[in-house]
Design a protein around this ligand. Structure first.
Ligand SMILES: CC(C)(COP(=O)(O)OP(=O)(O)OC[C@H]1O[C@@H](n2cnc3c(N)ncnc32)[C@H](O)[C@@H]1OP(=O)(O)O)[C@@H](O)C(=O)NCCC(=O)NCCS
Length: 170
C-alpha cells in the first residue's frame, strides 16, 4: 500500500467504533470498551491522531493524554497500525506528527509503557526518541506481582525528553 495515500488527522468521535475494531485486531494490545474508545476520540482528541486510507478507513491510531499533574508530557496509551499497513513508518510518522502538534502547547516529554519483548513497539519508540534527540529513562511502572497479581507482564515506563522537534525521516 502506498504510504502517500494516508491522511493523518485529529480523531473525531465518529472514529471511536473503528478504533475499537482496529485495536481488537492489533494483538497484543488490550482491547478497551467501545465507550472508552469513543472517549479517546472525543475528550482526548487533542492528544490523539488517526491515520486514514484513501477509502476513509481508520488504519492507524495513537491514543494518549496529558497526565493532569504533568501537562508538559504526552502519555502514549496505545499505538495501532493495521497489519496491511505496517512497515511503512506509519507508526513513526503518526507519533512525530502528534509531537509536532503538541509542542506549541508546551509538551516536551513523551511517556509510554512497553511490555518487555514487544520488539516492534520498542523499535518504534527508539526511532522516534532518537529523531527527537530525547534522552530516555526507563523504570517499572506496573509490576507483574504488585499490580497485576501475576497475571500480566511488567509494564516498563519509558520517559523521553525534553525533545527537539525533527522532521520524519521518510
Ligand atoms: C508497533 C506498530 C504500531 C508498528 O507500526 P509500523 O507502522 O509498522 O511501525 P514503523 O513502520 O513506524 O516502524 C518503526 C520502526 O520499528 C521497526 N519495526 C516495526 N515492526 C517491527 C517488528 N515487528 N520487529 C522489529 N522491528 C519492527 C521498523 O523497522 C522501524 O525501524 P526502522 O526505522 O529502523 O526501519 C505495529 O506493529 C502494531 O500495530 N503492532 C500491534 C500493536 C502494538 O504492539 N502496538 C505497540 C504497543 S502500544
Amino acid at each position: 500500500m502506498d504510504s502517500d495515500i494516508f491522511t493523518l488527522r485529529k480523531p473525531e468521535a465518529t472514529d471511536g467504533f473503528a478504533l475499537h475494531k482496529l485495536v481488537e485486531r492489533c494483538s497484543p494490545l488490550d482491547p478497551n470498551s467501545v465507550y472508552c474508545n469513543l472517549l479517546h476520540c472525543s475528550h482526548f482528541a487533542e492528544t490523539g491522531i488517526a491515520a486514514v486510507n484513501a477509502d476513509g478507513e481508520v488504519v492507524g491510531f495513537i491514543s494518549g493524554y496529558r497526565p493532569p499533574e504533568r501537562q508538559d508530557t504526552l502519555f502514549v496509551w496505545q499505538v495501532a497500525v493495521d497489519a496491511r499497513c505496517r512497515g511503512q513508518k506509519l507508526g513513526q510518522r503518526m507519533l512525530l506528527a502528534l509531537t509536532e502538534r503538541l509542542a506549541p502547547v508546551g509538551v516536551q516529554y513523551i511517556e509510554t509503557t512497553i511490555t518487555p519483548g514487544n520488539v516492534a513497539s520498542e523499535t518504534l519508540f527508539a526511532r522516534v526518541f532518537a529523531a527527537l534527540s530525547a534522552p530516555v529513562e526507563r523504570s517499572v511502572l506496573f509490576s507483574r506481582e504488585e499490580h497485576f497479581d501475576g497475571q500480566h507482564d511488567d509494564e516498563m515506563l519509558y520517559r523521553a525528553g525534553p525533545f527537539k522537534l525533527a522532521k520524519p525521516n521518510s
